[in-house]
Design a protein around this ligand. Structure first.
Ligand code: ATP
Length: 686
């Protein structure tokens, strides 16, 4: 057995009780402990003088005991031990509460190093509950002490001792998996120095060096693992060879527009994947309105004309319905049978569709989560597309594709993120980017206003509606409570309908409506029977109504920038000049700064980068949701430079050894299998 896997309760001084506490913080083995990094450090290197200490702050002192310890009992339940000490600048008292036994530990004249919090009580300087050691001892004071994330009843001092013990005995059982040439090239210290110094740094420099090495390793391993999964998947599975379909030119030339160069390039990349015998596993990233849908349509056409079925899963019924309408309009005249499958359908209707899917009389199914239910069985599924993937988990994507035998997989996302990060979050996919908007799109004019300007905003909406346009008004999202969210939308709707826009036709859309009710409202808005659609963020993704040209967002400060960009993307989709009005109720500097970014930029990639900068990656996208292992020390945003370097090295290494089969990479491979075991095993089962 690898000694690092020694269960923690077998370590001296641990025992079952402490082992239980350690398990609470996910420390089960020696290795877990060695990789349990401090959350902060207490620098106890410098010595203060009594004359300089400040009330409420921590002080490290070197003192001499100048009198016998005394015990004071101000009340029955409280006893205070007081030990008088001094240095060359003044007098102080070491204080302990209800710990009478401690009194015996001091002798007059002995020198102590103490560290604790200063409290001034009347004219007395007290150091309360200090830690202390005698001259010559060198355990707790005079150095940088790690502070660990703890749990109830587990003391930092005990953790420090434990880590020290384990380091002494087990450090050299860790294997240094980083290839030598990489360590040399980037001047990275050994894993031994890194692990030992991250727990007990001698100084700032040794801490920085340790952290740099560990961050690099973490990012390197993460990316290597993801790319290895991709390589294995591509290698192991026999995919479908779709045909070159000439009829597709007819479809393309029947479109009311010419494909942009970016669309042509991405389409070509998809064709190459589909025509090869390896299964496609590709992400299409594009800014809002860049025309991702047509790419999906072309891929589905190709699949069907090659004799297979295709499926497309969208996150909401509104979006699924919209896709269904588009796709059937475009493809039915080519003899392709398209069908919709959503949760709200009657069971009779559902059964009818499910039968047809199973028999193969339906070629393309478009739907929501309903598609991943057990009862959905395909006759011959060849292509699985998920739209707006960030709303689904990796697992759901996998379930969908398991409904075929290694179908090609296409993932479409409307949240543009910087390429470097896309490579992490979608590291097991190949990436295509549509980085060009269709020609002639007018920039959405964006204005940030505060609520005092509302009347002007409403007058402006009236004028545009008189010209035949339509508007969206989106209400703030209150995440903790759907009910409040709903109330605020209803309240606003009532007020607008009964007062401000009395003579106009308003509709209200929110998540609590049934799917049919939502459909009715969307259809009315589309048919111009509604002038203003008041909505919660259910409208956020993908809705395409080109005649709507105004997007007003109430309490815009409550949204993430990428989300605002998504919402804004609902307008500017037709020939009319469009407007986005952000009502910002916050005076905070950060809020104003964020709103300014929206005024200035219309580029989703740029905006997501800023959003990431301001909100941090944790909130931007939960790594958990993407099924990635937790990062212990690296930070996807602040360590972006390191991320890029690690990415470069991973690509280089896999070029030479795509499956880590060379003996020199055996320990790397082992580590990756430890971390990504489940995923890699899944693949070998295919
Ligand atoms: N090359 C093109 N030239 C002109 N119009 C196009 C082109 N490609 C797509 N469109 C049109 O642009 C609009 C937006 O396309 P689509 O709905 O596919 O965008 P999207 O990329 O899915 O954006 P979102 O993520 O915002 O939904 C549609 O009305 C579509 O018909």
């Amino acid at each position: 057995m690898n000694r690092l896997n020694t269960p923690i309760q077998f370590i001296k001084g641990v025992g079952p009780k402490r082992a239980k506490l350690l398990r609470k913080i996910n420390i089960e083995t020696v290795k877990d402990l060695l990789y349990y990094f401090p959350r902060a450090y207490d620098d106890r290197r410098k010595t203060d003088k009594i004359i300089n200490v400040r009330n409420g702050e921590k002080a490290n002192l070197k003192v001499i005991v100048v009198g016998s310890p005394s015990i004071v009992k101000p009340k029955k339940s409280l006893s205070i031990v007081k030990v008088p000490v001094r240095d060359e600048t003044g007098l102080a008292f070491l204080i302990w509460f209800n710990q009478e036994y401690i009194k015996k530990q001091f002798k007059i004249g002995e020198v102590l190093k103490v560290s604790g919090k200063v409290k001034r009580v009347f004219n007395e300087i007290q150091i309360q509950n200090p830690i202390f050691e005698r001259e010559g001892e060198n355990e707790k004071i005079g150095k940088i002490v790690p502070i660990y994330p703890l749990t109830k009843n587990l003391k930092n001092g005990d953790m420090v001792k434990l880590v020290r013990n384990v380091l002494d005995e087990y450090l050299y059982y860790i294997e240094d998996i980083m290839p030598e040439y990489i360590k040399e090239k980037y001047n990275l210290c050994s894993i031994y120095t890194a692990i030992s110094n991250i727990h007990f740094p001698k100084d700032r420099y040794s801490y920085i060096e340790a952290k740099r090495r560990l961050v690099f390793e973490e990012l390197f391993i993460l990316q290597l693992g993801l790319r290895l999964i991709r390589n294995k998947y591509v290698e192991n599975s026999q995919g479908i060879r779709f045909l070159q379909v000439n009829e597709i030119d007819e479809l393309i030339s029947s479109l009311p527009f010419e494909l942009t160069n970016a669309q042509k390039r991405v389409y070509k990349e998809i064709c190459l994947d589909m025509e090869s015998n390896r299964p496609m596993n590709r992400l299409v990233q594009g800014d809002v309105g860049s025309g991702k849908t047509i790419i999906a349509v072309l891929a589905m056409f190709k699949a069907v004309k090659s004799g297979y079925q295709a499926v497309m899963m969208a996150p909401t019924e509104i979006l699924a319905t919209q896709h269904y309408e588009n796709v059937s309009n475009l493809l039915e005249r080519f003899g392709i049978k398209v069908s919709l499958l959503v949760g709200s359908m009657s069971s009779k209707k559902k059964k009818e569709i499910l039968d047809k899917i199973r028999e193969g009389t339906i070629d393309i199914v478009i739907g929501t989560h309903a598609l991943i239910q057990k009862n959905v069985k395909f006759h011959k599924l060849g292509l699985a597309i998920t739209d707006e993937q960030h709303r689904f988990g990796v697992r759901q994507r996998a379930i969908l594709s398991q409904k075929g035998l290694n179908p090609d997989v296409l993932v479409m996302t409307a949240t543009p993120i910087p390429r470097t990060l896309a490579l992490i979050l979608y590291g097991d996919l190949d990436i295509s980017i549509i980085d060009e908007l269709p020609p002639g799109r007018k920039k959405v004019k964006t204005y940030v206003v505060n609520s005092s300007m509302k009347k002007r905003v409403y007058d402006f909406i009236k004028r545009e509606i008189n010209k035949g346009r339509q508007a969206y008004i989106v209400c703030p999202l209150i995440e903790e409570s759907d009910t409040l969210d709903l109330q605020s939308a209803i309240k606003l709707y009532e007020e607008l309908k009964n007062n401000i826009f009395k003579n106009l036709r308003l509709g209200l859309l929110h998540g609590k409506l049934s799917a049919t009710e939502k459909d009715v409202i969307m259809a009315k808005f589309k048919n111009r029977e509604i002038d203003i659609l008041v909505s919660t963020t259910v409208i956020e993704v993908g809705v395409n109504i080109p005649n709507a040209n105004i997007m007003v967002i109430e309490n815009a400060e409550r949204f993430g920038l990428s989300q605002l960009h998504q919402l804004r993307g609902r307008v500017g989709r037709g020939e009319h000049q469009s407007y986005c009005i952000l009502i910002n109720e916050s005076r905070s500097k950060i809020s104003i700064e964020r709103m300014k970014i929206m005024e200035k930029s219309n580029n989703g990639f740029e905006i997501s980068e800023k959003d990431l900068e301001i909100r941090g990656p944790g909130e931007f996208f939960g790594t958990k949701q993407h099924g990635l292992p937790d990062l212990k020390i690296a930070n996807l945003f602040t360590d972006i430079k390191m991320l890029k370097i690690a990415q470069k090295e991973v690509f280089q290494l896999l070029k030479e050894d795509p499956f880590l089969e060379l003996p020199k990479h055996s320990s790397l491979k082992q580590k990756i299998y430890e971390i990504f075991e489940e995923k890699l095993n899944d693949i070998s089962l295919n």
